[in-house]
Design a protein around this ligand. Structure first.
Ligand SMILES: Nc1ncnc2c1ncn2[C@@H]1O[C@H](COP(=O)(O)OP(=O)(O)OP(=O)(O)O)[C@@H](O)[C@H]1O
Length: 332
């Protein structure tokens, strides 16, 4: 039995400009124990799909089943199997961290689970904050409690919707270590949506890519990576590129990146640039990554110079070609 089964899920919003098809017949299964990535540019429908899974929105058509429980007709059971980490921070400020987690356990009818609460506190770097009042915590610490809250009933399926948008590097590392540990040790299924393709590449065994409400790829991460041209030629220039080169290029400010199968392809591009009088600087050839596949599939070849993903913080650095790509910056 799949951990999560999306069956022909469609969602249409009525808007003043007519119907908006946020999801169009989305179907895929996530097997128990998978670390699964859901990727897509802004507006692709990721949050809508997660909201339907979590029972926060209703599908216009189709159904979603969690460990055999329909999220609509069998909501309580489906919800018990899910640990959904929300994006917004909402807390009762009068309780301390441990009390907050005990109260949340009570919502799920779980009692005397202090051992598990201790494990969550330690794993998420909150051990010395157990008796701190929620209102005394920093934003980053509150986010850790939010994650602990979502996991307090030991759900077999963990749903993380953009969990690292705007969080610091330390929390990202703590979170991934902890969630990977649950995935490996307890066999927890993890469904992750992220703008950070590097994270998806490092963590997810399988990936679905959404574009305009449709699944455009559903494959193992390694198969997706194998789809990309094996290398990428990268250089900087201020000059206008010849049209044939520009057509294949991904341009970020003055950084140009082109798929390059082998050394001959690299030589060909450099010769074309010479003919056109373009003097490339800082030439390098790197291995293709998930971002290259993503851009091919979502058709976003050209993006503006670096900017933060919408609704999230800028990836670290903020140089003209950030090493952690922000898909949100290329609204297609
Ligand atoms: N309540 C709503 N009413 C009308 N349209 C909506 C509503 N919620 C979402 N949409 C639209 O549905 C589409 C999918 O949005 P959704 O938030 O699911 O995308 P997303 O992939 O999560 O994007 P992001 O990466 O920006 O969070 C978008 O065009 C969005 O504007």
């Amino acid at each position: 039995m799949p951990a999560v089964s999306f069956q022909n899920v469609s969602k249409t919003y009525a808007t003043t400009r007519g119907p908006l098809h946020a999801l169009r017949s989305v179907s895929f299964d996530i097997e128990p124990g998978e670390f699964f990535g859901l990727l897509g540019p802004n507006g692709a429908g990721k949050t809508t799909l997660i909201s339907i899974l979590a029972g926060l929105a209703r599908a216009s058509e189709g159904r979603v089943v969690v460990h055999g429980h329909d999220v609509l007709s069998d909501y309580r059971e489906a919800r018990r199997h899910l640990g959904v980490v929300p994006q917004e921070l909402v807390f009762d400020p009068f309780f301390n961290v441990r009390e907050t987690l005990r109260i949340q356990s009570g919502y799920f009818g779980v009692r005397r689970n202090d051992d598990w609460i201790d494990e969550l506190l330690t794993g998420l770097g909150l051990a010395d904050k157990a008796t701190a009042n929620m209102r005394q915590l920093s934003g980053g610490m509150k986010r850790r409690v939010l994650i602990a809250q979502a996991l307090v009933h030991k759900p077999p399926v963990i749903v993380l919707d953009e969990p690292t948008a705007g969080v610091d590097v330390e929390l990202r590392q703590t979170l991934w270590q902890f969630v990977s540990g649950l995935n490996k040790r307890l066999g927890s299924t993890v469904l992750l949506t992220t703008h950070y393709l590097e994270e998806a590449e490092a963590l997810c065994g399988r990936i679905a890519m959404l574009k305009q409400g449709q699944v455009v790829a559903l494959e193992s991460t390694s198969a997706l990576l194998a789809r990309a041209a094996s290398n990428v030629l990268r250089f900087k220039t201020d000059a206008a590129l010849p049209a044939d080169i520009a057509a294949q290029a991904r341009i970020t400010g003055r950084v140009v990146q082109l798929p390059a199968l082998d050394a001959r392809a690299v030589e060909h591009v450099l010769a074309r640039l010479r003919e056109a009088g373009v003097m490339p600087e800082d030439i390098e050839v790197r291995k293709a990554d998930l971002e290259d596949v993503f851009l091919d599939l979502t058709g976003a070849h050209t993006r503006p110079a670096a900017g933060p993903p919408q609704g999230g913080a800028a990836p670290s650095g903020g140089s003209e070609d950030t090493s952690v790509p922000s898909v949100g910056a290329r609204k297609s």
